[in-house]
Design a protein around this ligand. Structure first.
Ligand code: GLN
Length: 473
């Protein structure tokens, strides 16, 4: 029996190359958990048809000595990433039955590293949500406690790892969707600097904010996966060249936006865990200073203007003619209405309407342009703060995982889950969520670190130290 609970990429890599077990034995150990748990958890929508081929290929790489650290490592893929010959639906009825004809760049990179892509994971429809309740293919349960949501939109991705159905996962983060669900399931979630990872072949939600990143049990595993998928790509002109100078500072000074955190809405146990975490870092020699983020704290409001505007334009392509669902109608207008009316769920339709309104004549200046202006101010404010501190620390979410249905009828309450996470997407900065202790009901607390632009490597090194401090206490 392979012990999957304490496995890491490095351990698995050593065991595979030392012939302690084969790729097939490792993958089978994960498949056994999927067989047992997926009916209840619903992390996976589908196991890839190519799984067998991939196992053979990875084993061959190990046998002929061309294996790298990711060769044979089981990875789950969020359902908004294209894998040639496999379904990708963004968990929407609109793309039911759609088969990808090419690989996303991140997928091509994983394939050439010999990683084993297990299957596609459930998500909020088109990545819109914080609980994985908006998927057209059913809810995903939190493996830590199945009465609770796993967070979202990468709820299937995190649950696949938390239930030991994959060693690591790829998620996407437009406004918090890697970090919040990672926090809700006791995992590490990393959102890279915008442009570090190619978006080519990722089903777009809000292109100026979307970023792919790793979900893992440890920061070291997240770092390994990130280093495989990162890099400039001719297919994505927003991807960042290797020659751009990265911020390699050693992170020592931690800024805490005390006023923002204390402004209400934050659960008492979350606040308590956060204060304790601050104390631990202080005891370990980190300098803690209070910072003010008077404009950055409006990031979530800015996010929902930019997000809905981009959603309304990105999702215009699902017209019933080009791909995915197509409903018959007597006129073109009727085809649009039926296809889009029946293919999109409620949250997606809400955002398309809101975005079309925000971009319409007469409102564009008042909302969209204003949001862009505030985005610029936020970028400036954060750049200024990062001259004084190396990282900004907050809880990952203001409240712990909630029960199914609790926030579905209150879209605003649901959206507050990303209160502390949206700045990273609005300004483009890298950010990391790390588990920071046990909570009631077998759940976990988590803490969030927002770093300067291009300080991805610095943040991950710091994250490994923080993780050690958290586990040693
Ligand atoms: N919860 C946020 C939203 O619904 C963020 C989603 C995401 O990052 N994909 O838009």
């Amino acid at each position: 029996m392979i012990d999957l609970t304490n496995i890491t990429i490095e351990k698995a890599h050593n065991s595979l190359t030392n012939r302690e077990y084969t790729v097939r034995e490792l993958v089978d150990a994960y498949l056994k958990n999927i067989d047992e748990k997926n009916a209840n958890i619903n992390a996976y929508l589908e196991i890839y048809k190519s799984l067998d081929e991939q196992i053979v290929r990875a084993q061959k790489m190990i046998d002929d000595g061309s294996a790298g650290v990711m060769t044979g490592i089981p990875v789950s893929i969020k359902d908004n990433m294209l894998v040639t010959g496999e379904h990708a639906s963004a968990s929407s009825k609109m793309l039911e039955g759609f088969v990808a004809v090419s690989d996303a760049t991140v997928i091509a990179k994983l394939k050439s590293a010999g990683a084993v892509l297990i299957g596609r994971t459930n998500m909020d429809e088109f990545a819109m949500g914080s609980s994985t309740e908006t998927s057209a293919y059913g809810i995903t349960r939190n493996p830590l406690n199945p009465d609770y949501v796993p967070g979202g939109s990468s709820g299937g991705a995190v649950s696949s790892v938390a239930m030991d159905g994959a060693l690591v996962a790829l998620g996407s983060d437009t406004g918090g969707s890697i970090r919040q669900p990672a926090g809700y399931t006791g995992l590490v979630g990393f959102k890279p600097t915008y442009g570090e990872v190619s978006r080519s072949g990722i089903i777009a939600m809000a292109s100026s904010l979307d970023q792919v990143g790793p979900i893992a049990k440890t920061v070291a595993d997240a770092e390994i996966l990130f280093n495989i998928i990162r890099g400039v790509d001719v297919m994505d002109e927003t991807s960042i060249s290797e020659t751009v100078v990265r911020d390699t500072r050693e992170i020592k000074k931690i800024g805490v936006p005390t006023n923002w955190i204390e402004q209400g809405g934050i659960e008492a146990s979350v606040k308590k865990n956060f204060d304790e975490t601050v104390e631990k870092l202080k005891n370990e020699g980190y300098e803690i200073v209070s910072v003010d983020l008077p404009i950055t704290q409006y990031s979530l409001a800015v996010y929902y203007v930019l997000n809905t505007a981009e959603v309304s334009s990105n999702l215009a392509r699902y017209d019933g003619l080009r791909y995915g669902l197509s409903k018959e109608g007597k006129t073109l207008q009727e085809v649009y209405e039926k296809t889009r009316g029946q293919g999109f769920g409620k949250e997606v339709r809400r955002r398309i309407l809101l975005g079309a309104y925000i971009l319409s004549h007469g409102y564009y200046d008042a909302y969209y342009k204003k949001a862009l202006d505030v985005q610029n101010v936020i970028r400036g404010e954060l750049a200024g703060v990062f001259k004084k501190v190396d990282v900004i620390m907050t809880p990952t979410a203001p409240f712990l995982p909630f029960k199914f249905g609790e926030k579905m009828n209150d879209p605003i309450a649901m959206k507050l889950a990303d209160l502390f996470l949206a700045p990273a997407n609005i300004a483009g900065n890298p950010a990391l969520s790390i588990p920071s202790g046990d909570a009631e009901g077998n759940l976990k607390h988590s803490t969030h670190f927002l770093a300067p632009m291009l300080a991805d490597d610095a943040l991950l090194s710091f994250g490994k130290k923080v993780e050690k401090i958290m586990t040693n206490y």
